[in-house]
Design a protein around this ligand. Structure first.
Ligand code: URA
Length: 270
């Protein structure tokens, strides 16, 4: 194999590991690039072998990393729901910083996520990214996962996405539970009532859940509307409700909140 192709493959592998939360993102993006450059420069020009990968102390705790790696490996090979394992393109494990203070939890990957292997990359995901950025954060600062790690299968010939069934969420929940135990976030946001049902075992309506702290095994959880709901209901009132929930999250995490942030969508407050 020629050197350039090997180098590109190595780069792709590293970037995929960052994207999937397998390596820490904030420091990794720059550091990995530098490391990659260094590796390339140490590979003789006429060498037929792959660039020497110089490992660096990107990962703070070796133990935590191997537990995360182990979990990820097992989840990626999961076949507990044979109907989903046989129809998925890939398991969508999660993305972001595995030591994040804040974790967002959605219901299940849709078609875009199934194709790309990353949660919240479709239209709803783009809106979620805007919400995260309005909070002064980046996707790589937090962790994003789903209750269900496989795309719910669709009847033959039908497009679109369906909601995960309670029994599918129940079967998959142990993966999320282990992710939460390893990440140890200071707060979580459950996106939509299906995610809330899967995580918190509640069928309470959104109006009773949002705006107040719920609990998942000792971790505070803010339930809010799913971004897909906001795409369907683009009123300032609904946007403000989600934003109020995010302000509560920022407060809980003791994040600075600017006047501008406090006043987003304020005219529509109810
Ligand atoms: N909706 C979800 O709940 N999760 C995703 O990953 C994408 C859309």
């Amino acid at each position: 194999m020629d050197k350039k192709r090997l180098a590109l493959e190595e780069a792709k592998r590293l970037l995929t590991e960052i994207r999937d939360g397998y390596r820490e993102a904030p420091t990794a993006s720059r550091a990995t690039f530098d490391r990659f450059q260094e590796s390339l420069s140490k590979t003789p020009a006429n060498s037929d072998s792959a660039p020497i990968l110089i490992t660096s102390p990107l990962i703070s705790s070796q133990e935590a990393t191997s537990a995360w790696e182990e979990l990820r490996k097992k989840a990626l090979a999961c076949v507990k729901c044979p109907h989903l394992a046989s129809t998925r393109t890939q398991v969508v494990f999660g993305v972001g910083n595995p030591s994040a203070d804040l974790m967002f939890v959605g219901e299940a990957p849709g078609a875009d996520e199934d194709a790309q292997g990353e949660p919240f990359v479709g239209r709803a995901g783009q809106l979620l990214t805007k919400i995260i950025e309005a909070m002064g954060l980046r996707r790589e600062d937090i962790y994003i996962g789903n209750v269900l790690k496989c795309r719910p299968d669709m009847p033959k010939g039908e497009t679109g996405n369906r909601k995960p069934r309670p029994e599918e969420m129940e079967t998959c929940l142990p993966w999320l539970k282990e992710q939460i135990q390893l990440i140890k976030p200071k707060a979580m946001v459950a996106l939509g009532s299906t995610a809330a049902e899967g995580l918190l075992k509640t069928n309470a309506p959104m109006r009773d859940l949002r705006g107040r702290w719920q609990d998942y095994e000792g971790t505070p959880v803010m339930v809010t509307y799913h971004p897909a709901y906001l795409l369907r209901n683009q009123t300032l009132t609904e946007k403000r409700k989600v934003w109020e929930d995010m302000l509560l999250v920022m407060e809980k995490l003791e994040m600075p909140i600017s006047e501008k942030q406090k006043n987003f969508f304020k005219t529509a407050a109810k």
